[in-house]
Design a protein. Structure first.
Length: 364
């Protein structure tokens, strides 16, 4: 058990690192303790367990305070990073519509993206054609004064960051792991170039490795930070479709690039285009969309697919017609609410869950 920090930022940092504790839980703690997170951290497990949506397991985790927040802050400083939270001058206002905005952001680089930002995303296994388009789109958009946001992954992400740098523009990567890690390793040189022309962000504690859920979880941040999401080459099971779903839910402009009809690399883009995304073949198309006040409807779902074995844990709580939102699914599966939200989006995309009018999901 580590001492309770007096600094509100350190309190958020501590809670952010506790397993299963996410923005929704912290919101409940604030409501229960009149906004005083220090009081919540001092509370006994029995008192915490009485808060709706917390329960005995999370209460024990919070009361144990098993995270050395002081060592974390010292390491952040030693690495030249910083931690920002709601209330900081450069905290993105674009996070306001998120029901689960990050508790904190670890940041490396000069600044966070401004309002003029576009995400360019797509497959790690892209074609040379797709990589060339991503680089050209990013270069031309950056030259026009737009930030380029992506994820520093192989393929389309890397090409997008490089294109922005080609134009001496600004670009930021949102990572699905701790900020002290770089994945893939060959991205270190590109990341070093980005420090002075934007930077790198992560909501995960230092040392947190990437896993199956962390990348979908970070996709909501990518979607929230930008005015438009441009998808260049993705298959129907690509993570870019999760970002597209978040973009649709947030009312962002969603664009997709058509490709060869016989290419798996373009099947996801073609699905998005069938379901209402804007077809773009050049930067002029994207800029035209950004110049119009255009509401984006949530995307219809592709045809259902058979559930994969790893989805069984997430689908089990929906048995018997039970409906869940991200908070109740997180409680049922003992995970962070942001992770549950990402899985709801993924399972909805794959046709395994249906969204009800009240916002909850049920088995498809």
């Amino acid at each position: 058990m580590f001492p309770i920090p007096a600094d509100p930022l350190a309190q958020r940092l501590l809670l952010n690192a506790l397993p299963g504790v996410g923005p929704a839980t912290v919101r409940r703690l604030r409501d229960a303790f009149g906004g005083d997170l220090a009081a919540a951290l001092r509370a006994r497990p029995a008192e915490l367990a009485r808060i709706k949506g917390v329960g005995t397991r999370l209460a024990a985790t919070i009361a144990a305070r098993d995270f050395d927040w002081a060592a974390e802050l010292a390491r952040v400083e030693a690495l030249g990073f910083r931690v920002v939270a709601d209330g900081a001058p450069d905290w993105p206002l674009a996070f306001a519509p998120l029901w689960d905005p990050p508790l904190v952001l670890y940041a490396e680089g000069a600044t966070l993206p401004g309002e003029r930002a576009v995400a360019i995303i797509g497959s790690r296994h892209c074609t040379a054609y797709g990589a060339g388009l991503a680089r050209r789109f990013a270069r031309d958009l950056a030259a026009a004064g737009w930030w380029i946001v992506s994820g520093l992954a192989r393929g389309i992400d890397t090409a997008a960051h490089e294109g922005a740098l080609d134009a001496d523009g600004q670009t930021v990567a949102v990572l699905g792991h701790g900020l002290d890690l770089t994945y893939p390793p060959e991205g270190r040189a590109l990341r070093a170039r980005m420090r002075e022309r934007g930077g790198v962000l992560s909501e995960f504690p230092l040392g947190r490795p990437a896993d199956r859920q962390s990348f979908p979880q970070r996709n909501r941040i990518v979607a929230a930070l930008v005015r438009a999401v441009v998808v260049i080459e993705t298959d129907v099971d690509g993570g870019s479709l999760i970002t597209a779903r978040f973009a649709g839910d947030l009312g962002k402009t969603l664009c997709a690039v058509p490709g060869r009809v016989d290419s798996p690399a373009s099947r996801g883009c073609h699905a998005l285009l069938r379901d209402g995304a804007t077809l773009v073949t050049g930067v002029d198309d994207i800029l035209r969309e950004l110049g119009e006040a255009r509401d984006q409807a949530a995307l219809p779902l592709p045809s259902p697919t058979a559930p994969a074995p790893e989805h069984a844990r997430w689908l089990r709580p929906f048995a018997g017609g039970t409906a869940h939102d991200a908070e109740s699914l997180a409680e049922a599966t003992h995970c962070a609410p942001a992770e549950a939200a990402a899985m709801l989006a993924l399972l909805e995309i794959r046709g395994l869950l249906l969204r009800r009018p009240d916002g909850r999901h049920e088995a498809g």
